[in-house]
Design a protein around this ligand. Structure first.
Ligand code: AHM
Length: 338
């Protein structure tokens, strides 16, 4: 006889129950998370047949970051924009794939209190080779008045103002992880029923891990403090928990997800060629900083807390150091003293 697990809690059920406890809850945030989940399921389907249909490779276009645009990036971007535009909980979006903000400017959207920033497909260089990729998103209360179109000030808010942030990892299974002030929870896509189901409640990032994630090929481009920390990771002996193992996939979603689950540190420091690092503050670093802090970890640019940075540009970049508390504390000793 078919066994049915009646303890399953779906993403929708969980968010509706959890967000009811917000004092000013209107149901908009859970509707927004449901919309993001819907777009994620569509991207999941396409990612999983990426080898079978003509969606790999470059479109021939270059995005605002000066990078080659992959067809699946465009597909994912269109799905997230489309779903959020047709929903009732989003006044506008900003995306890695769009030069400017996109206020929806329709009657229903103008009444919505949230804006969403996202990277539709992070780690896109890994699409062609079947390595995990992901979507990252960040949700803010708009600053402009309800009833008017969203504008740039709604999007240029420090990460500390995020209402929720999350990511979807399209890996050996597809997972949706999101954080609010109430904590961090993970949901795995059960493809048999097409629902994200609660699989990782109350995620806590271990204070100490065994992994460090960094592009070691850039070692001689990093400043002395970062080099010293990497050196310490490699020199530690068993008595002080080392040496750490290096794990670097080149998809931040996958690297930070692993470190969040098992403990570890992820770094994308400034280099001589990229003095502001590579990663984007608003839709890559801020959401992860929020998630990792809510699970007990830390995130800095080497000097300051990521969530305190006041953004000045939509696509600005920042160095990023993020992960387990004890490892971040040791990193700070190295980078602050240089
Ligand atoms: P993308 O926006 O082209 O997907 O690039 C972002 C990715 C991150 O996921 C990853 O951590 C980093 O770029 C890897 O960069 P590098 O190859 O320079 O180490």
């Amino acid at each position: 006889m078919l066994k049915v697990n009646r303890n399953i809690v779906t993403l929708d059920e969980f968010t509706i129950n959890q967000l009811r406890t917000f004092s000013a809850a209107t149901g908009e945030l859970s509707a927004l998370l449901r919309d993001i989940g819907l777009a994620a399921k569509r991207v999941h389907v396409e990612v999983n047949k990426a080898g079978l249909v003509d969606i790999l490779g470059d479109t021939g276009e270059i995005n605002v970051q000066g990078e080659a645009v992959k067809k699946l990036d465009v597909y994912a971007n269109n799905q997230f924009v489309g779903v959020l535009k047709h929903g009732v909980s989003c006044a506008g979006v900003a995306s890695e794939e769009l030069d400017d903000i996109l206020p929806f400017n329709e009657v229903v959207s103008n009444k919505s209190k949230y804006v969403v920033l996202f990277d539709p497909l992070d780690g896109s260089g890994n699409i062609d080779v079947n390595v995990s990729i992901g979507t990252i998103f960040s949700i803010y209360n708009r600053k402009t008045a309800l009833g008017t179109p969203a504008d740039l000030q709604d999007f240029l808010q420090p990460g500390s103002q995020q209402i929720a942030a999350g990511y979807i990892i399209y890996g050996s299974s597809t997972m949706f992880v999101y954080a609010t002030k109430l904590g961090v929870n993970g949901f795995t896509l059960d493809t048999s029923i097409g629902e994200f189901c609660l699989s990782h409640p109350n995620i806590q990032c271990p204070a100490q891990g065994q992994f460090y994630s960094v592009n070691n090929g850039n070692f001689y481009e990093y400043n002395k403090g970062v080099q010293e920390y990497i050196d310490r990771c490699q020199r530690k002996d068993k008595s002080n928990g080392g040496p750490y193992s290096q794990r670097y996939i080149g998809s931040m979603v996958a690297d930070v997800h692993r470190n969040l689950m098992k403990g570890g540190i992820f770094m994308y420091p400034a280099t001589i060629k990229k003095p502001n690092g590579k990663l984007r503050l608003l839709y890559e670093c801020n959401p992860f900083a929020y998630i990792v802090e809510k699970s007990g970890g830390m995130a800095t640019n080497g000097q300051n807390r990521i969530l305190d940075i006041i953004p000045t540009e939509l696509h600005q970049r920042t160095p990023l150091f993020i992960g387990s508390k004890n490892m971040m504390t040791e990193l700070n000793e190295c980078v602050m003293s240089k």
